[in-house]
Write a protein that binds this ligand. Structure first.
Ligand code: COA
Length: 258
């Protein structure tokens, strides 16, 4: 079976490569667990000084696998059995190791909200960041109801969450989500160079600096609060309509749901 997350370690950098290009790197429970567990293990591994997250194919990720959301909605997967994104989200919010992201093309949903937990973000010129939770009758996750407004302001964050506004590479840089926009052909090398630069710094000073800059306890509490709402919405009639519309490749009609 194809490995949907490739893991490689060299020069103090642990590289995690999303590798499900045929499904636009839609994230399954296994993929979340592999990335999340790798980050958690890296926290206590002195040979890893930085984690680099990148993706194969023509986009970073299309976000959570919508088939698995639909399976919870229909009752096929009991909500309690759903491993889902929490393995990754919790690991990111509690991460001690510095994290660099190289974003090629689209980053949907958690693909964007995970960037707010990364310490350096490079995007290529095709990057397009979207958080279409409300379009899917869902709500923000990964503590993004705190981190996104804090980063870009309430009005812009509301546009992204509720109106589904897409943020292109230039805006991502201007709004402080990304450090820089780089040519697609240079993305990997540039991100690797940033990760290696971090890896060369004194590790204790880096770890303390990151911990002081992040509010992990607050993020973890918000993730729990968001998760309750997210779980309820996932089972709602309006979400059922949104998932059916995606499957049937049509626009949703929320006038009938609710
Ligand atoms: N979950 C499951 N499968 C997905 C997926 C997702 N999030 N995103 C894409 N795919 C699948 C498609 O169903 C399609 O599978 P198929 O070839 O078996 O039909 C394949 O990946 C290619 O996707 P396609 O839609 O043809 O690619 P595209 O380049 O035209 O569009 C997107 C890419 C990302 C714009 C579009 O796929 C999309 O909107 N996906 C849903 C994103 C989303 O809402 N994610 C959840 C956020 S919380």
């Amino acid at each position: 079976m194809t490995e949907h997350v490739l893991v490689e370690k060299s020069g103090g950098v642990l590289t995690l490569t999303l590798n499900r290009p045929e499904k636009k790197n839609a994230l399954t429970g296994e993929m979340y667990a592999k990335v999340g567990d790798s980050i958690t293990a890296a926290n206590d591994d002195p040979s890893i000084r930085c984690v680099l997250i990148q993706a194969n194919g023509d986009m970073f990720t299309s976000g959570n696998d919508l088939a698995s959301f639909a399976a919870v909605n229909s009752g096929e997967t009991p909500a309690g059995d759903r491993r889902g994104g929490s393995a990754l989200i919790l690991a990111l919010a509690a991460a001690k190791v510095p994290i660099v992201a190289a974003v090629n093309g689209r980053a949907v949903g958690v693909g964007t909200t995970m960037l707010l937990h990364c310490d350096q973000v490079l995007v290529d010129e095709n990057a397009l960041l979207t958080t279409p939770f409300v379009n899917l009758a869902l709500v923000p996750e990964a503590a993004s109801s705190i981190t996104l407004p804090a980063r870009i302001g309430h009005a812009r964050a509301f546009s992204m969450f509720v109106l589904g506004e897409a943020v292109d590479a230039k805006k991502a840089e201007a709004w402080g989500i990304a450090n820089a926009v780089v040519p697609a052909g240079e993305l990997r090398a540039r991100a690797r160079a940033v990760a290696e630069a971090i890896a060369s710094k004194p590790p204790a000073a880096v770890a303390i600096t990151k911990a002081l800059m992040r509010e992990s306890a607050r993020y973890l509490a918000r993730i729990e609060e968001e998760g309750g709402h997210f779980g309820n919405q996932l089972k709602s009639p309006e979400a059922k309509e949104a998932f059916a519309a995606f499957r049937e490749k049509r626009a949703p009609d929320f006038s009938k749901a609710g």
